[in-house]
Write a protein that binds this ligand. Structure first.
Ligand SMILES: C[S@@+](CC[C@H](N)C(=O)[O-])C[C@H]1O[C@@H](n2cnc3c(N)ncnc32)[C@H](O)[C@@H]1O
Length: 238
């Protein structure tokens, strides 16, 4: 990984904002990811994220924290937050923004224990492919305290396969429709392509059941997006 994402965040943080990140996927054309959005405060967050922040309690792990926007909000509310990200640049920015505990780390290398684990802005993306979902979910479960919770958002992107006649062009013989190749470029340079996973709620729920997590639908957004709350099955009724 070249960490162009992190470079872009650093440019913005350091007052060198001249252009945005460009993204595209295996099923969609080029799109702009505006850098200011990655520095959003509570009032500019989607309602799913606002809801997740309201539900957060105790010690919090912010997975894939980016610039630390969610961490900062919770920290200011007095919660103890650890923010992690695989992007060196993102962690540098999170620290500059005064996230007290921010660390460059892959979630699979995390070993602490937490009351709330946050995965926001398509939190299932970091699972990359359907085949890895159980591995990530089991690991996340192992990081939870007894009454702990995972708050994660994603979208059912089936709508992206809809044609003008209302039919769907999903190839049922190929892999799960939410598995995308994700391409990012910044200032004309291309990042190494990544895998990025969108999970519909029912598929997430089924995967949770296989690893002993109960999955509750907390809130649905305006565009096939949702926030889910996962708790260890042994913790009892939701
Ligand atoms: C879509 S961004 C979301 C950033 C932030 N949560 C937000 O809402 O603005 C996803 C973030 O996850 C990070 N990431 C991807 N895979 C990761 C992993 N395995 N462990 C930790 N962070 C990861 C990326 O570097 C990126 O910063």
């Amino acid at each position: 990984m070249k960490d162009l994402f992190g470079n872009a965040l650093l440019d913005y943080q350091n007052g060198n904002y001249t252009e945005d990140i460009m993204t595209s996927t295996s099923i969609s054309d080029e799109d702009i990811l505006p850098l200011p959005y990655l520095f959003r405060d509570f009032k500019d967050m989607p309602s799913l994220e606002q809801k997740a922040l309201k539900l957060a309690k105790g010690s919090v792990l912010d997975v894939g924290c980016g610039t630390g926007s969610h961490s900062l909000f919770l920290q200011e509310k007095g919660l103890k937050v650890k923010a992690i990200d695989i992007s060196k640049g993102a962690i540098e920015v999170a620290k500059k923004r005064k996230v007290i505990y921010a660390e460059e780390k892959n979630v699979l290398d995390e070993t602490g224990s937490f009351d709330t684990i946050l995965l926001l802005m398509n939190g299932t993306g970091i699972f990359q492919e359907l085949i890895h979902v159980s591995k990530y979910l089991s690991h996340l479960k192992s990081l939870l305290n007894l009454k702990g919770q995972i708050l994660i958002d994603s979208s059912d992107i089936k709508y992206m396969y809809e044609d003008e006649d209302g039919g769907f062009w999903i190839d049922t013989n190929s892999s799960y429709y939410g598995e995308l190749d994700y391409f990012l470029s910044y200032k004309g340079e291309e990042e190494v392509p990544m895998k990025w996973l969108y999970l519909d709620f029912e598929t997430l729920k089924m995967a949770c059941e296989t690893v002993g997590l109960k999955c509750e639908l907390v809130l649905e957004g305006k565009h096939f997006d949702y926030l889910a709350r996962l708790i260890p099955a042994e913790a009892g009724i939701l």
